[in-house]
Structures are given as structure tokens and as C-alpha cells.
Design a protein. Structure first.
Length: 344
């Protein structure tokens, strides 16, 4: 936290309000944007300012529907930038439009989801605006003086650090999906729409979209949003034993995943890794079998409502944050659970 004693530059006073740059995925708003609106609402209320959403795309009708969704999840105002050049995400065009809107309306805080798209966009917007960005934040707060305090894991997840960005405007942060809770939807809530005319000359855009490959059938896309997740760790001993995790998941209608060493051993693909460098999950039930509960794993699962850990070691760190623990051999217990649930 630098220069806190310094007077803030006079022009900082023009920067007001909390914004969320909304991600549109397959025509509808990505849930991380709603999660950020929920969090942004708290920051805006604390600061006594407006919460706004920024929407970019090429279909005005779809953007209008998305704007209504944003109002119902807490936005007071929605900025809409509609242009054929914004049909597919391109870093170049989205960076230009978002920085133009920011420079015109000057938000104090700008939040984005730490998705592939959000990470790509946030970095280039922050660089273009020459402002500070706290990536992959897990907690957001605001000080009396308007300083955004964004907390994120550091040193490989062994420490949590809080970064204050008082000396920057706007103050930017990204937050991973499922880290923040989904806010309540208030049906029929409305707000103000501001149309922003993008100034894009397609011929000047270097990146051209030649083809668009839809990944909606990807069978791992559901993992961060699953109600029930069963995961395995090194304690299972072999890739054959990992099948027991898949079998229990199938009976429970759950998604399955695992700890990072399983990716390194090729027992699972990297898109099934759960944790700091994998997926963050927020299920109602998380069953962890043969996972020690290292901090890097913990940060990806601690949003679960109920964590059930199965581990042979009663002193395993996972028992420090699991709600229910069974000291048992997972290789024996998992098939027993699968059979028991299959009978129900
Ligand atoms: P172990 O730590 O080896 O634990 C195995 C557990 O199984 C032990 O607790 C043991 O008591 C128990 N056990 C043994 N036999 C049985 C049995 N028969 N039945 C039941 N229990 C049994 N890890 C992640 O998971 N996700 C990440 O995103 C991630 N990112 C990382 C990023 C960085 C920068 C670094 C440095 C590390 C990261 N890690 C991550 C790795 C992390 O530090 C741990 O090494 C890893 O989570 C351990 O995996 P594990 O629990 O499967 O294995």
C-alpha cells in the first residue's frame, strides 16, 4: 500500500461508481458477472455510489435482455455498446471500447470475471489505462478513503495478501467464477440505460474471426456449477482406483474432479483439476477422497456448503475445514457409498 499519506490528485474526484464489465457467453450473461454484481452492490452501497454494468455485443435485442438481467441482479445503470465488430470477443476491439467507455464515464472501480476472456481483457485494459489490476481476487472490500482492498493468494497459495490500489483510477480487479456467492434476483427491478457508440473501423482491426468453435458440449464446463462434486487425490493409489470416484459421481448425478498431482500423473485431464490453479467449485456437497487438503486445493473448494472428507490420516489438513470427516480407506469406502446410494 503505497503513498497513503499523499493527497490524492484532484482529478481522482471525477472517478465515481462501481462497474462490472459483463461477460456475454453464447448470448447470455456469464454467471460470474452476476456474482460480481452482487459483490459490486456491497462496495457501491458502502461508498454511497451507483453500481453499473457494461455490456458489449452486436445484438441489441439480446443486450437489452442482458441489461434487464443485470438490473435484476443489482445494477442501477447499464452501459450498452452495440456494434457488428463486437459479435465475437476480440481483445483489440473489446479493449478499445471498454477503455473508451471508462475514459468517458470514469468509474472508481472496475471488476471483471477471471475467466479466460476476462483475464485477457482485464490485462490489456489495465495496461492501456495505465492503472493497477489485482488479478484472481478472492475477497473485495473498500476503505473509507475509496481504496479497493482486493485479497488474493500469493506465494503459491501459502499466503493471502491484500492489495490496496488507492493511487490508481480506475481500480481494477478480477475474481474467479464461483468465488463470490450468487446474489438474489429481484424480478422486475429496473434502471437506467446509457447507449455508447463504439468507434471501431473494422478495416483497422488486425484480428479477424475466421471460424467460431462452440465449446458448449464440453463435458467439463459444468464442473464449477455442479451441485454435487466428488473428487479424488493421490491417496487413491492408482488410476484404476480413481474409477471409484467416477462411479460414485455417476450414481449421485455429480461432476468429478481431482487434485493437481492427478493431472501430473495423467489420471485426469487438467480441466478436471480443482484448486488454486484449477477450477473453483461451490457445490452444495463436496466429497473429497484421499485428498490431503493442501492450501492450494482448499482455496478452490472452501465455498462448498458441505465438505465430506475421507482420509486414512486423522491429522490430514482437510479435516481442519471439512464439515464432516471419515477416517477410513477410501478404496473400501467409496464402493460402499456407491452401493448405498444406488439402492436409494
Ligand atoms: P497428497 O498431499 O499426497 O495427499 C494424499 C492424502 O491421501 C493424504 O492426506 C493421505 O493421508 C491420504 N490417503 C492415503 N491413502 C489413503 C486411502 N487409502 N484412503 C483415504 N485417504 C488416503 N493442488 C490442487 O489440488 N489443486 C491446485 O489447483 C493446486 N495448485 C497448486 C499450485 C501451486 C503453485 C503449487 C505449488 C501447488 C499446487 N497444488 C494444487 C498442489 C498442492 O500443494 C498439493 O500438493 C496437492 O493438492 C496434494 O494432492 P493430494 O491431496 O491428492 O495428495
Amino acid at each position: 500500500r503505497a503513498n497513503t499519506k499523499k493527497e490524492l490528485p484532484e482529478h481522482f474526484k471525477a472517478y465515481k461508481h462501481v462497474w462490472v464489465a459483463v461477460e456475454i457467453e453464447h448470448g447470455s450473461v456469464h454467471s460470474v458477472s452476476f456474482e460480481l454484481l452482487g459483490e459490486g452492490r456491497k462496495l457501491a452501497d458502502k461508498r454511497g455510489v451507483e453500481l453499473a454494468a457494461v455490456l458489449m455485443g452486436d445484438d441489441r435485442e439480446a443486450l437489452g435482455q442482458a441489461a434487464q438481467d443485470c438490473f435484476e441482479y443489482g445494477a442501477d445503470c447499464v452501459y450498452i455498446a452495440c456494434d457488428p465488430a463486437l459479435k465475437h470477443y476480440r481483445n483489440e476491439t473489446s479493449t478499445q471500447v471498454l477503455t473508451d467507455i471508462v475514459n468517458t464515464y470514469q468509474p472508481e472501480i472496475l471488476l471483471l470475471g477471471a475467466t479466460n476472456l476476462g483475464r485477457d481483457l482485464a490485462g490489456s485494459v489495465a495496461t492501456t489505462l495505465k492503472t493497477g489490476l489485482t488479478a484472481d481476487s478472492t475477497e473485495l472490500a473498500i476503505d473509507e478513503d475509496g481504496s479497493l482492498a482486493a485479497t488474493r493468494p500469493t506465494f503459491g497459495g501459502s499466503l493471502l495478501c491484500t492489495i490496496f490500489t488507492l493511487n490508481f483510477r480506475p481500480q481494477m480487479a478480477t475474481v474467479r467464477p464461483r468465488v463470490m456467492a450468487m446474489p438474489e434476483r429481484e424480478e422486475g427491478r429496473s434502471g437506467r440505460i446509457v447507449e455508447f457508440a463504439p468507434n471501431i473501423v473494422e478495416d483497422d482491426v488486425v484480428t479477424k474471426v475466421l471460424d467460431f468453435i462452440d465449446d458448449r458440449d464440453s463435458d467439463t464446463a459444468a464442473l464449477p456449477y455442479a451441485d454435487v462434486v466428488v473428487a479424488g487425490g493421490l491417496g487413491l493409489g492408482s488410476v484404476e482406483n480413481f474409477q471409484l470416484v467416477k462411479e460414485l459421481a455417476a450414481v449421485l448425478g455429480a461432476e468429478y474432479g481431482g487434485s493437481r498431482p492427478l493431472v501430473q500423473k495423467d489420471w485426469i485431464t487438467s480441466d478436471r483439476q480443482i484448486g488454486q490453479t484449477g477450477k473453483t467449485i461451490r457445490p452444495r456437497l463436496y466429497i473429497a477422497a484421499g485428498i490431503s487438503g493442501a492450501i492450494q486445493h482448499r482455496v478452490g473448494v472452501e465455498g462448498a456448503d458441505l465438505i465430506l472428507a475421507i482420509n486414512t490420516d486423522p491429522n490430514a489438513p482437510i479435516f481442519e475445514f471439512a464439515h464432516l470427516g471419515i477416517v477410513a480407506d477410501a478404496v473400501t469406502l467409496l464402493p460402499a457409498l456407491t452401493q448405498a446410494f444406488a439402492r436409494r
